[in-house]
Design a protein around this ligand. Structure first.
Ligand SMILES: Nc1ncnc2c1ncn2[C@@H]1O[C@H](COP(=O)(O)OP(=O)(O)OP(=O)(O)O)[C@@H](O)[C@H]1O
Ligand SMILES: O=c1[nH]c(=O)c2[nH+]cn([C@@H]3O[C@H](COP(=O)(O)O)[C@@H](O)[C@H]3O)c2[nH]1
Ligand SMILES: NC(=O)CC[C@H](N)C(=O)O
Ligand SMILES: [Mg+2]
Length: 527
């Protein structure tokens, strides 16, 4: 079983509506095991067809004994696949196998002291400290463990905080090992994978490349393909993968939608082509995008319009290419996008997750989409994508680049997007980027959106005269994967220099402010 390609024997994370399902998937991959998320509605048959090497049941907001609570097909725990239940998943397992789950009147939220059984024979917790701080978030508890299960941990109020049935390969913990606040959380996950389930640590970016290249070849056959290339990391890597798979059939398409930063168009046209030799065409769609955005102030509406106009631009590219290569006159069926896992989750496309914002390439796509999408990075996080890019030999200047959202400056102008406002924001953004680079801070920050509050004005005094101008917001953030972020503590002298230059050089801006909000509660972009 273990010499099969990793993706054909994944660890499947069953999502019960958890906030942390994607975090669990990520932690499994950090243990060098490939993982994917599936909805809790999956049947045992569908599960078997996916050939999992391990299963993790996530947490969730419901109570297992409530009517209509998300359930698990009873056949799944009978498949003989090693399974770890976490929180709600632990409770589901307990109840299904004949244990008892109840609302005991005690709740545990946050850091909680736990006592564990840590003898060496115990695959899940063996070898760890006997007392540790774990992160809990529950109101229900397992009152009685199912028959045949050993109780492995307890807290002051939760007598059954972990259990195991080694023979059947079934394990559960009440706490959240996927959260960094759980002291030995990653050890628990790795013990489950490697010791309890015997899964080798063999997943890495090299596997992904081989598998994706094969999959892309199978999907597109001999058809021609266009790839949406922005110059950013994700599309650089997805394009490079497709180039590796079906090089001759590929044309990259860059859309200039008028929402780009200074110098960006030239950068893509020169740097990317120089690095990869890909065939690139540019669609000039500035007027179409800006006309479509005229008068629009609602962020979701902006995103939907931008998503739709992107697709219209790719359709234009397709027509141009067909006209050029009239020999076969066949439509181009495939569109490659550098969609990542967080784009899907935030657009509400994860299983049971809320729609936070419609990323232009997922939730913002028009309904009448004619292309079949090729999205080789759809289950990956940014740091995984960077590793793949490096493995594919893309230069550091491309894979190390800070993210820039597809809707560009369109979602960094709070208020209506106009040409004048874009010109102003472009100038402020160029100053901030130049000073951050000069200060050697590019590697320290994840990205630094520069935002124009177009509908806000404040009074200033410049050159002895009164001004009534707009504020610019600096939003430097540090992050691991854009799912959570913290504001970056930039040196005051760098902030001072940026502020000074922007207010001096950008007409109509008389104030610069710093955003000191983490994510959550704020998202990285303002819209
Ligand atoms: N100007 C553009 N022209 C063509 N395609 C684009 C453009 N902007 C975005 N896209 C497409 O939308 C996808 C998502 O954009 P996104 O900004 O998340 O990724 P990226 O630009 O490739 O990488 P990064 O996150 O590093 O900016 C891109 O991967 C690309 O396929
Ligand atoms: O291609 C994209 N299309 C979008 O519609 C989009 N919205 C946000 N982002 C980028 O995603 C990351 C998370 O951003 P938020 O915290 O604002 O949701 C950050 O890196 C954002 O820059 C986008 N990228
Ligand atoms: N985080 C969880 O999975 C919580 C499980 C369940 N809702 C409880 O309160 O016990
Ligand atoms: Mg981008």
């Amino acid at each position: 079983m273990t010499d099969q390609p990793t993706e054909q024997r994944p660890v499947l994370v069953v999502d019960f509506g958890a906030q942390y399902a994607q975090l669990i998937a990520r932690r499994v991959r950090e243990a060098s095991v490939y993982s994917e998320i599936v909805p809790h509605t999956i049947t045992a048959e569908e599960m078997r067809a996916k050939n999992p090497i391990g299963i993790v049941l996530s947490g969730g907001p419901s109570s297992v004994y409530e009517e209509g609570a998300p359930s698990l097909d009873e056949g799944i725990l009978q498949l003989g696949v090693p399974t770890l239940g976490i929180c709600y998943g632990f409770q589901v397992m307990a109840r299904q196998l004949g244990g008892e789950v109840a609302h005991t009147g005690y709740r545990e939220y946050g850091s909680t002291e736990t006592t564990l059984r840590t003898d060496d024979e115990n695959a899940l917790l063996g070898g760890q400290p006997e007392h540790q701080i774990v992160w809990m978030s529950h109101g229900d508890s397992v009152a009685v463990a199912p028959e045949g299960f050993e109780v492995l941990a307890s807290t002051a109020t939760t007598p059954v905080a972990a259990f195991a049935n080694d023979e059947r390969g079934l394990y559960g913990v009440q706490w959240h090992p996927e959260v960094k606040h759980s002291q030995f959380g990653q050890t628990v996950i790795e013990n489950f994978l490697h010791r309890a389930a015997g899964i080798p640590a063999d997943w890495n970016s090299g596997n992904v490349i081989a598998e994706q290249v094969a999959r892309i070849r199978e999907q597109v056959g001999s058809a021609r393909v266009i790839s949406a290339l922005s110059g950013g990391v994700d599309s650089a890597v997805s394009t490079a993968l497709v180039q590796e798979a079906v090089g001759d059939q590929l044309t990259a398409v860059f859309v200039d939608h008028g929402l780009l930063r200074e110098g960006e168009r030239e950068q893509v046209q020169q740097d990317y082509v120089a690095a990869t030799g890909v065939r690139l065409i540019t669609i000039d769609a500035v007027d179409t995008f800006l006309d479509a955005l005229a008068g629009v102030t609602d962020p979701e509406e902006k995103r939907k319009i931008i998503g739709r106009e992107f697709i219209r631009a790719f359709e234009q590219a397709e027509r141009d290419l067909i006209a050029e290569a009239a020999a076969d006159g066949q439509p181009i069926k495939f569109l490659v996008q550098g969609t990542l896992y967080p784009d899907v989750v935030e657009s509400g496309g994860g299983t049971g997750t809320a729609n936070i914002k419609s990323h232009h390439n997922v939730g913002g796509l028009p309904e009448d989409l004619q292309f079949e999408l090729v999205e080789p990075l759809r289950t990956l996080f940014k740091d995984e994508v960077r590793a793949i890019g490096r493995e594919l030999g893309l230069p550091e200047a491309i894979v190390g680049r800070q993210p820039f959202p597809g809707p560009g400056l369109g979602i960094r102008i709070v208020g209506e997007v106009t040409r004048d406002r874009l010109a102003l924001l472009r100038q402020a953004d160029a100053i901030a980027r130049e000073e951050l680079t000069n200060a050697g801070l590019d590697q320290e920050i994840w990205q630094c959106p520069v935002v124009l509050l177009a509908d806000v004005r404040s009074v200033g005094v410049q050159g002895d005269g009164r001004t009534y101008g707009h504020p610019i917001v600096l939003r430097p953030v540090s992050s691991e994967d854009a799912m959570t972020a913290d504001w970056t503590r930039l040196p005051y002298d760098v902030l001072a220099k940026i502020s000074n230059r922007i207010t001096n050089e950008v007409a109509e801006v008389n104030r610069v402010v710093l955003d000191v909000t983490s994510k959550p509660p704020g998202t990285i972009e303002w819209e």
